[in-house]
Design a protein around this ligand. Sequence first.
Ligand code: NAP
Length: 304
Amino acid sequence: MGGVIFQRLTLIGIGLIGSSIALAARRAGAVGEIVVQTRSQETLDRARALKLGDRYERDPAAAAEGADLVILCVPVGAFETLARAIGPALKPGAIVSDVGSVKASVVRQVAPHLPQGVHLVPAHPVAGTEHSGPDAGFAELFDNRWTIVTPPAGADAEAVAKVDAFWRALGAFVEQMTPEHHDMVLAITSHLPHLIAYNIVGTAAHLEEITQSEVMKFSAGGFRDFTRIAASDPTMWRDVFLHNKDAVLEMLARFGEDLSVLQRAIRFGDGDALYDLFKRTRAIRRGIIEAGQETDAPDFGRRG
Ligand code: NAP
């Protein structure tokens, strides 16, 4: 319990991530007051029923007025419109942050709309589930998970330190990197795996028409794990690929080259090449478990 870091927190968007921030910030006593904003009356009513905030607004500017920290918790494709809406309402010294899964695009979209004296400190909690909406949130989501803070060049050091302290209070480990480096790292660790999952489930769904239910019926561990990832929110992931285009295309090219090597090994019966790779990749998974970022449990320790 490190005490109040921000007197007024405004959450723009109250889905899985926004609601988890609200619950974790309360648990930590890190904020004095929480203002919740979302565009639909239905989600706003749900947030109120779940008691996620102290005040509820549909108008983003009204929600952002007087806030010490505003966090954008909506799909990345909506950032520019929202930044334009809240910009004029922000008080001097306010910090604007976000939780978007891509970072260079956030700086491009948001920075031009912030007045002098307002600080932009983007962040990405690398934690989530395939569930969406305010009911999906839980206070422990960020515990022992990484949040990457990506200050743009020339960012205010004090503002960066406060955002860093906020995420630590929410239970996260924090690391800083440039927005561009973040986008390259996440392209391979998160964005490409999702693209592969969407693709393989799409291919299987197509085959399903030919094999008549056998794909679904006999879907053992491998395919089932892909379907969990491929159940992730379509809007969020559409925006991730549209806004991290260059890094994803670069990683996809490398992936394609490596896949060709595997294809060749299979074609020419090169078992040693296959075995060597599988042995190395198994060690990588052990490393992730040892780093405390995964469990050995059959459900990977995930809820739902
Ligand atoms: P979510 O559960 O689907 O909630 C989305 C929220 O954004 C809702 O409040 C929704 O409002 C609002 N929204 C959706 N489209 C909008 C638009 N075009 N304009 C204005 N508001 C809009 O989403 P989430 O999973 O919390 O993700 C939010 C952000 O966190 C995304 O940028 C995502 O990249 C990032 N992120 C997600 C994960 C994850 O695993 N899910 C992990 C890390 C970071 P209404 O319901 O009122 O329409």
